[in-house]
Design a protein around this ligand. Sequence first.
Ligand SMILES: NC(=O)C1=CN([C@@H]2O[C@H](COP(=O)(O)OP(=O)(O)OC[C@H]3O[C@@H](n4cnc5c(N)ncnc54)[C@H](OP(=O)(O)O)[C@@H]3O)[C@@H](O)[C@H]2O)C=CC1
Ligand SMILES: N[C@@H](CCO)C(=O)O
Length: 428
Amino acid sequence: MSDPLRLGIAGLGTVGVGVVRIIRQQAALLSARTGREITISAVSARSKGRDRGISLSGYAWEDDPVTLATRDDVDVFVELMGGEDGPAKDATEAALKAGKHVVTANKAMLAIHGQALAELAESKGLTLRYEAAVAGGIPVIKTLFEGLAGNEIKRVMGVMNGSCNYILTRMENSGKTYQEIFAEADGLGYLEADPQLDVGGIDAAHKLAILSSIAFGTKVDFDGIQLEGIERVSIEDITAAADMGYKIKLLGVAQKTGRGLEQRMQPCLVPETSPLGQLDGGTNMVVIEGDAVGQIVLRGAGAGEGPTASAVMADVCDIARGWSGSVFGQPAASLETAQSAQSQAAAPYYLRMALVDKPGALAKIATVLGEAGVSIYRMRQYEHDAPSAPVLIVTHKTTHAALEAALENMQGTGVLAGEPVALRIEEV
Ligand SMILES: NC(=O)C1=CN([C@@H]2O[C@H](COP(=O)(O)OP(=O)(O)OC[C@H]3O[C@@H](n4cnc5c(N)ncnc54)[C@H](OP(=O)(O)O)[C@@H]3O)[C@@H](O)[C@H]2O)C=CC1
Ligand SMILES: N[C@@H](CCO)C(=O)O
């Protein structure tokens, strides 16, 4: 049997503790599978005295993650602290400069600094792996790297933030408002310390940026993502969408078009019978379309101690086996700079509006839509007591530009009793 693979783990929170637990509980299985013992030389976290519910005996303690990352008895630096910059980035860079492989779960760091870190790792002939950074326990990075290596990837999409999917599903099941369910999720500890990372769509967009790079051979381009969170999704829209046969999901979509790389993370309607429509609670789903394989769907836990530690250990095991490879699936120097493109592909849209309840109001809206070239596919007006009439419209496929023109022209009709809501319907 080869020499042990010695880890230095910085970060002993949810994920770090999960990794230590697997290494302690599954030592025999891990060495049988990799042909090497996997050991922990040293650990680091902020507070040494904190009870973490696991024994850390036998591991050296370092207060400073950079010192940990560069220790002589560390072969692989495992970064599980989080944060785009600060100690996570400092220690990752220090580890690579000191000749250590790195495994991280840190999507924020990779979405912003992925290219520079990849270039550094590859210049040193080192491995930088991050299976846990996207969709937690779902092996989506490995699927793209290995299982789909023979495919030209056409589209990647999915629900990649469990907290948002939990909130949207709970709103749907309970009929409660966004504000009520946000407070509930926060109270249950389901949200990041900065909840804006979740509900603002930023965490999910970090993940999408990483997937796009691997799928399309482009440099990670977080800034190129058209981003909108779930804060403005109302219970009225969730209920109305359900009535028309749809669910609202925070959906990430990335695809290469003739004009460049289209990346968007925004609330969309999906058919309730589709796999994405049936994804409830905190679960994640990633849908990948390849030219040869067609469409595949991956589903599983996107967060939590066990699932995320499982993904970290997949990377550790690959390094133990001596498997390496480029950080984003092809040499970092060969990744193209993405030309970001707004979606121009036609799609159906959902429109919810309140109209002044007087003769000809609906006709005026239909005229404005028609003049912009937007064709109505389905329409519903509900019984009402209020002076305004609630109207739902599902359009035929139309471009975003045509829809925007129609929405703008509606303002001049004098029949709107509130701001219309328009959401894209994603065909999945
Ligand atoms: N939790 C999850 O389900 C998932 C998490 N991830 C990613 O995994 C990473 C870790 O997440 P998670 O375990 O949830 O985070 P936690 O907040 O639970 O743990 C963070 C750990 O890092 C330590 N830490 C923070 N700052 C420092 C520092 N300056 N020096 C040393 N140690 C430090 C903390 O120390 P102390 O305990 O003493 O405070 C803590 O042990 C993040 O990048 C996250 O985005 C990815 C997928 C899912
Ligand atoms: N806040 C994230 C954690 C996993 O990245 C989520 O809800 O999916």
